[in-house]
Design a protein around this ligand. Structure first.
Ligand SMILES: C[S@@+](CC[C@H](N)C(=O)[O-])C[C@H]1O[C@@H](n2cnc3c(N)ncnc32)[C@H](O)[C@@H]1O
Length: 275
């Protein structure tokens, strides 16, 4: 287990055995949640290569992260009830962008802890600033959402234990159009095995895209995977999450504004057939 060695605004140093490692703090030194962040201050190139091995912090395992720092008031409340020890993140939004879906989900599921994972550091910083500002403006609310800078294609099992998640979101993922770049796509047979690992039995994997070919790609890969089965439409119409998939995110809103088509694929993590 890592122990905090010192705290400065924007970063924190953890001790792992004898080594010291600088890790990002919940909010950055630039704003510290004093006002709603503005996107123009957090702009970054739209695309990055998820197969690059650039250096950035990733935990050895979920125990290394001080989750209290992310969800302070939520934990403090449960401390009073004596059940903070069992708290775990249950929803993850992979490639959360500017965090629109997390904010909507926080309102619908105030008792669930949720984490956005975003590979672009400035964008992940924006989301943490957004959470901090929302908490300030709405006392007692939005303490259940946060965001980390992470490459989910490489580090997902380092953030979550086996079977921890109830919902996993891939909303308007990067399409990586060229055939040579298809291996950069976030839904592949290999990665689906990781998603099955972090999802609880019965957990739901939500995907939506405005790129028809990518929608088919995700549908084909998930349909062919032994750990997933399609959620029937009748069930989807009763799921309060589904309407949010279309308009909850910044990309979804863009598609709506342009009256574009969307391709939804929702799958359930089934029981392990070998057990
Ligand atoms: C097209 S945007 C969609 C953002 C958001 N889901 C929405 O619907 O508005 C895709 C996002 O995924 C992020 N991303 C791409 N690959 C990723 C990876 N391997 N791990 C985490 N985030 C990733 C990108 O930086 C980008 O913000």
């Amino acid at each position: 287990m890592a122990t905090p060695a010192s705290t400065v605004a924007g970063t924190r140093v953890v001790k792992i055995g004898d080594a010291s490692l600088e890790v990002p703090s919940f909010v950055s030194a630039s704003n510290v949640g004093t006002s709603a962040p503005r996107k123009k201050h957090f702009r970054q190139r739209a695309h990055c290569n998820p197969l690059n091995d650039g250096y950035y912090y990733a935990p050895v395992g979920p125990w290394e992260i001080d989750w209290r720092e992310h969800y302070e008031e939520f934990f403090a409340k449960r401390d009073g009830d004596g059940d903070a020890g069992s708290l775990k993140i249950r929803f993850a939004d992979v490639g959360c962008g500017f965090g629109g879906m997390l904010v909507r989900l926080a309102e619908v599921f105030p008792e669930k802890l949720m984490l956005g994972m975003e590979i672009r550091d400035k964008v992940s910083e924006y989301v943490r600033e957004r959470c901090a500002a929302l908490r300030k403006d709405h006392p007692g609310k939005y303490w259940n959402i946060s965001c980390v800078r992470a490459n989910a294609m490489k580090n997902l099992p380092q953030y979550f234990e086996k079977g921890q998640l109830e919902k996993l979101f891939f909303l308007f993922p990067d399409p990586h159009f060229k055939a040579a770049n298809h291996r950069r796509r976030i839904v592949t047979t290999t990665l689906l095995a990781e998603y099955a690992y972090v999802l609880a039995e019965g957990g739901i994997l939500y995907t939506i895209t405005d790129v028809e070919e990518l929608g088919k790609w995700m549908s084909d890969h998930m349909s062919a995977h032994p750990m997933f089965e399609r959620v029937p439409e009748a069930e989807l119409t009763k799921d309060p999450v589904v309407p949010l998939l279309y308009t909850g995110t910044e990309e979804g809103q863009k598609v709506e504004r342009n009256s574009g088509s969307t391709f939804l694929n929702v799958f359930r993590r089934v029981a392990n057939p070998n057990h």
